[in-house]
Design a protein around this ligand. Structure first.
Ligand code: MTE
Length: 319
């Protein structure tokens, strides 16, 4: 997501204490010469973190035919350069603070327009769903991308179990709210908890998955453990992390980035090189780990599978 330097954060968005704290940190890191290297609009952390200890292997996984054959981003790239504002606004905040998040036990509430609702242990959510490995691109609105071997299962399969009613036109998702585990929630960078939403046909599309791991192992906390969404044809912010609630609704749900800035972030947020972000072009992207930029593809390269979901819609208007 958009990287705001501390000086860019409007007073209305953030408390004076948080400005003070983040500015101190930014200046400290810069002074140490270790912090951030500006690179074509992308800030790359210069770090020495070894990403994420002791992740359980998820066993033998089915390989998905939906996978791309592109070269994978490395485990280190995927787990040390993250957007997870609950841990802070810098790309290395999530990996540095990840162990604050406790993911066991974990439960997910199913609510709204469905025949079956209630709160379920993560084990009960996962049990009936065989896990598979799906290699998907993640394209962020900041114009960087990665190729990630996600482990997960289709969201649509889960949705069917809860029997949404005919009123269920949308599916909304909510991230855990707990400022003791998520220090970023002590600052008003976003309205917490983080929320996202999909139209129900987008949620039922076989490319939309709930991911519980990557590289064959359980999900690192900084990538959204224990369960997150991955919608590969949309900008990365739709792929909400650490989900605690799924709600079926008749009305289009609110989403965190639209609440934050509706003129820059729309509900659909399909990857679209023809529609610029108001402050930068979306025509090209930098694959993390590569030097040269590449052309961004409509729907992040998944147009053959998903463009029909939007037939007749003006995607400049519904950005
Ligand atoms: N989910 C929550 N709860 N909070 C966040 O800040 N950032 C989003 C998305 N999901 C975010 C989130 C953004 S902007 C992106 S690009 C992806 O997570 C990044 O996922 P990754 O860190 O696994 O690459």
């Amino acid at each position: 997501m958009l990287i705001k330097k501390p000086d860019d954060i409007k007073p209305s968005e953030i408390t004076s204490e948080s400005v003070y704290q983040e500015r101190r940190r930014f200046l400290g890191m810069a002074a140490a010469g270790t912090a951030l290297l500006a690179s074509g609009g992308i800030l790359l952390p210069q770090h020495g973190f070894s990403a994420t200890p002791d992740l359980k292997s998820l066993g033998k996984l089915q390989k998905s035919p939906f996978s791309t054959g592109e070269e994978l981003s490395t485990f280190e790239e995927i787990t040390t350069y993250n957007n997870f504002y609950e841990f802070g606004i810098f790309k290395d905040d999530p990996v540095r603070k990840a162990d604050l998040l406790k993911t066991d036990p974990w439960s997910v509430e199913i609510a709204g327009e469905a025949e079956v609702t209630g709160t379920f242990n993560l084990e009960d959510i996962l049990k009936p769903h065989p896990l598979e490995e799906r290699i998907y691109r993640l394209r962020c609105v900041e114009a960087w991308s990665m190729v990630v071997p996600w482990v997960g299962f289709p969201l649509g399969e889960l949705i069917k179990r809860f029997k949404p009613t005919s009123k269920a036109k949308y599916v909304a998702f909510t991230t855990l709210y707990d400022p003791t585990q998520f220090p970023g929630q002590n600052y008003k960078t976003l309205k917490w908890p983080y929320v996202e939403g999909l139209r129900i046909d987008e949620a039922m599309h076989p490319l939309t998955i709930l991911a519980v791991g990557l590289y064959g192992k359980e999900m690192p906390n900084q990538n959204g453990a224990p369960i997150r969404l991955v919608v590969p044809w949309k900008y990365g912010f739709k792929s909400i992390k650490s989900i605690v609630k799924i709600t079926f609704s008749e009305q289009q749900p609110q989403t965190s980035w639209t609440i934050s800035n509706a003129s820059e972030y729309g509900f659909y947020s399909n990857v679209n090189p023809a529609v610029d972000h108001p402050r930068w072009s979306q025509k090209r992207e930098r694959r993390i780990g590569e030097f040269l930029k590449r052309e961004t593809l409509p729907f992040n390269g998944y147009a053959d599978q998903v463009a029909s979901l939007y037939s007749g819609m003006d995607l400049k208007k519904h950005y």
